[in-house]
Ligand binder design. Sequence first.
Ligand code: GDP
Ligand code: MN
Length: 383
Amino acid sequence: MDLLEHQGKAYFARFAIPVSTGGVATNVTDAVAAAEQAGYPAVVKAQVHVGGRGKAGGVRLAADRVEAEAAATAILGMSIKGHVVQAVLVERATDIAEEYYASFTLDRAAKLHLGMLSAEGGIDIEQVALDTPDAIARLHVDPVDGLSRELCQAWVRRAGLAPQAVAGTVDLLLALYRCFVEGDGDLVEVNPLVLTTGGRVLALDAKVTLDDNAAFRHPEWQEYEGTQELDERERLARQKGLQYIGLDGSVGIIANGAGLAMSTLDVVNQAGGRPANFLDIGGGASAAVMANALEVINTDENVRAIFVNVFGGITRGEEVANGIVEAMGRVELASPLVVRLDGTNAAEGRAILARHESDRLVSRATMLDAARTAVELAGGGKE
Ligand code: GDP
Ligand code: MN
């Protein structure tokens, strides 16, 4: 789950990380009031779940009331990478001497936490990582040992920050690490981490991704539910209790079991196609579940073919086949269905499918064959 900047800053503040503060507004009148409250120069910042707001015109300085009103009017309702701005954060502008970058995330390959710190923050850190990877000081932290002050000090020294920023940055990073671990973050990122002209070190931006698997120990996370942006397909899938993740290809996928669903994505790619989604319907494959799954995939306008990949275990092949046939009667599908049915009573299941075979329902014996057919029906290989 991703937090908006103002939510991330509030989350940081719980761990005593110094942040710039301000007021959140969803209309121009409230934004101007927040600017009056904060004082000038003020900064008006779009609250959306994507980075690069500055470049897109979503961060504006305002010298007075008139400029604050103009900034809020321009930013509220604007679209940044497809995200419509519903709220702005209005702060007293900070006088920046230096802009740095800091983050903690998990390095899955190393099985360690990874801290990244750079004296070249503010701008595209991805570009810095590409052009001058040495400008980013990395630190692997063993989650069992944690981050000691000594380790942190050596790391900060290595990053080459301004000398007057070192002490404040060490304190901030120790707090940020605690936020990452105790706050159950997948990612905590501060860009820019600033040294002010007054010599303070603080987080001027906050990007926090919470680990959804830890939600059970954070009842307070419920307050973020309302601002989560799900796409239409994901919202519908969640309503229907399906394990669905939207992707941007043209082959819709339904499989029973997460492992099989992932293999199905692979085999569609192997056949030269692109999956439109990941959808695991779990152990059962009843007509009701199948109909729900087809309904969700059917709302995706990019889908040109649907690949149903089911391995019968406890659920027998004929039940699956009957479920598919019945579901097709309930949902008017925009795309043809390709079914690969295997496992328990596969022969019985395939016999049922064969009786209903048409240009809308095709049955194939192997996964690869089915994938190839689905990709073909979806209009061939990758664009
Ligand atoms: P992002 O582009 O989405 O990452 O948005 P940020 O919140 O990081 O802001 C982008 C840039 O706007 C920063 O790198 C700063 O250069 C500038 N900026 C943001 N807040 C302030 C502020 O309070 N004072 C000043 N002078 N510049 C700011
Ligand atoms: Mn930023």
